[in-house]
Ligand binder design. Sequence first.
Ligand code: NAI
Length: 346
Amino acid sequence: MAHRRYRVVVIPGDGIGPEVVSAALHALGPIRDRLDIEEVRAGLAYYRETGRPYPEGFFDKLRSADAVLKGPLATPVGPGGYRSINVEIRQRLDLYANLRPCRGYPGVSPRVFDVVVVRENTEGLYAGVEGRFRDEAYALKIVTERGSRRIVRFAFEYALSRGRRRVTAVHKANILKLSDGLFLEVFRGEAERYRDRLEVDELIVDAAAYNLARSPERLDVMVTLNLYGDILSDLVAGLAGSLGLCGSGQYGDNAAVFEPVHGAGFDIAGKGIANPVAAIHAARLMLEYLASRHGDEWLARAAGALDRAVEEALTVDRVLTPDLGGSAGTMDVAEAVRRRLEALLP
Ligand code: NAI
């Protein structure tokens, strides 16, 4: 039977984006043939050229693709310019779940662990409801029962489907009694349906940061509100040794967008030294998503092989970029992963 092909929109993005995204596509080796790729430009460089942050029909394109793989899109700081395209994509496509799995690799990372941050992606302090009145400024933190329920369910279902052992809710409900309190209440209610199959736990966000810094290997899946998830997932990446190691998937009911967790890395852009592993993991998460959505067993196996190929390229071949103390270039890593993948895939 002929294998199904998938329509994927690829947004190279800003700074190191084009480098790490093309490296990730190179690393896919034989899997690459299963993707029909349409490249779409957007971001700061595009804005400087055209006066707009993304082209006409941008969101319809993202919606109608089977999946989207994107590089970082830079946002000008402060008023003026444009609103974060990343936030706009999340809101317009209703990508409510932001999954950020991150591992520390033995002999490569300062810490060895395997943690997944499931971040609520459309509400909280990032809902974009801000106001300024003379010398005072306000940001509304929005927490809804519906939003909390769907992210908590996503985390539990993800944990079950991936054979994880525990889900921890991370919150600040001792201070933010109504907003974080609602999130926690929903978590506790949903947890009742999973207690027989998963361990259920709760941590206040400051304690979660402390526990992560001290013993990340003791944490498993964490589900949390938007801002905490943003910060904690960078902490996790730091524990792994580099932002360049962790990929992420953003999921809605009808669309999904995959990206490295890092930003545009302007300080190293154009030098060919950015770590492409985060972008490769983003691509791997995309393959897992396509495989499970379309019941594609070959693709599921291929995604698993890609994960192993990354591990072998880093820990056995030790092809490491400067952020991990090595001297390899972006494409050296991509090539090492591709070779390992070709050996693993039948
Ligand atoms: P950043 O992640 O771009 O850089 C932070 C530090 O990590 C830099 O020293 C950079 O060189 C290093 N780094 C990042 N990725 C790396 C990689 N793959 N390999 C090696 N080193 C790496 O964060 P920053 O500087 O705060 O943001 C720059 C721009 O990126 C901003 O305009 C921001 O808005 C945007 N951004 C976009 C995101 C997205 O599209 N999802 C996420 C975060 C930031």
